[in-house]
Design a protein around this ligand. Structure first.
Ligand code: ADP
Ligand code: MG
Length: 346
């Protein structure tokens, strides 16, 4: 495991009585691609701005490579930022935009040239040196902004919803490109998005936030398969969240039946919330199902059908390539490993 490069310890930030970030603790490792994910207003940008040095925490400490940096100004932090509104110099060409910071630092001309050539290659804009930035597409402009940040060779790059202004197709392409760039340059990326799919696609580690607090930190697979609470289960992907009771280790009751599961460590007969993902439920004949129900709605979604099935005191959402029409009696099946149990009301 590589070492911690950024660490936040008990960090709180308030704006006129509103707590934007509430006592968060987080560390980020060297070369990691970490994403802060959560709904609008949950404190992602504030967290990023404190790491960048554009906001001071009211409480707590921020460390860079083990050194406390609360009082270090942004330009001395070895951290660069790419904002959603990529503030490029529209009267300059691509080359000069990327060169700007290096000229201020008075780097030798050939060094500047060498670095810019490398950056243009990295962001796939070779041959665009003399183009004015306002003649470029949104995606190309954002690549210039990324090149301009990376050319300073920061240890950490902060990206605040950098693809937010792009249309879906371009955003998906840029997601892949950004991941490749991050692996190629070997720089820590701290990325902010409210788009859960984007977070799951790109990140080594996802930090789920809500109301200024960290809800869960984990790999995309962990966050998806083992959400720690209702908020995470609901926010990441679609879920059926059913009230149940944990009978004993590996045995949970819901929808009027007991089911084997892989969860343990709850109290005897403890009330729990059970999560089952729609794509983990299959429909079958009523007599072969674990739960019997009636289809109340069917929507064709392209890759699958999305159906609602009323049964066992709950309305289950199911995503399946098999379809049963509205009104059909069906059975629902799922596997023990597809049941995830959480503390009730967490
Ligand atoms: P996010 O980036 O997740 O959408 P922000 O970090 O921008 O969230 O905001 C978190 C909370 O702090 C919100 O309630 C927001 O209104 C508030 N906030 C952010 N910046 C300021 C500011 N400069 N002045 C007052 N309130 C702010
Ligand atoms: Mg924001």
């Amino acid at each position: 495991m590589s070492k911690k490069i950024i660490e936040l310890v008990n960090v709180t930030k308030r704006y006129n009585g509103v707590t934007a970030v509430k006592n968060i603790n987080l560390y980020i490792r060297e070369n990691e691609f970490v994403t802060l994910l959560g709904p609008s207003g949950c404190g992602k940008t504030t967290t990023l701005r404190m790491i960048g040095g554009f906001e001071d925490p009211d409480e707590g400490d921020i460390y860079f490579d083990g050194v406390r940096i609360n009082d270090v100004p942004p330009y001395k932090r070895n951290i660069n930022t790419v904002f959603q509104r990529y503030a490029l110099f529209t009267h300059m060409n691509v080359y000069e935009n990327i060169a700007f910071g290096l000229r201020i630092k008075k780097l030798p001309k050939d060094e500047i040239d060498r670095r810019i050539k490398r950056m243009l290659k990295l962001v796939d804009l070779e041959g665009f040196e003399n183009r004015h930035v306002d003649s470029l597409s949104g995606g190309q402009q954002q690549r210039v902004a990324i090149a301009r940040a990376l050319v300073n060779e920061p240890k950490v790059l902060l990206l605040d919803e950098p693809l937010g202004a792009l249309d879906l197709k371009l955003r998906k392409e840029m997601q892949i490109e950004l991941m490749d760039m991050q692996k190629n340059v070997g720089i820590t990326f701290i990325y902010v998005t409210h788009d859960q799919e984007e977070a799951l696609t790109m990140s080594d580690t996802v930090v789920v936030m809500n109301n200024g607090e960290i809800q869960q930190v984990g790999t995309p697979v962990d966050i998806y398969n083992e959400p720690v609470n209702r908020f995470v289960a609901d926010f990441i992907g679609e879920s059926n969240i059913i009230e149940g009771v944990m009978i004993e280790d590996y045995l949970v009751e819901f929808s009027g039946r007991k089911f084997k599961c892989l969860d343990k460590g709850f109290g005897h007969n403890e009330p729990v919330d059970v999560v089952i993902r729609p794509e983990d439920i299959d429909i079958t004949d009523p007599d072969k199902g674990l739960i019997q129900g009636v289809v109340t709605s069917v929507v064709f979604k392209g890759v699958h059908y999305e159906m609602l099935v009323e049964g066992g005191g709950f309305e289950y959402m199911i995503q399946s390539t098999d379809m049963a029409p509205v009104g059909a009696n069906v059975g629902l099946t799922f596997n023990p490993e597809d049941i995830h149990v959480m503390k009730r009301g967490s």
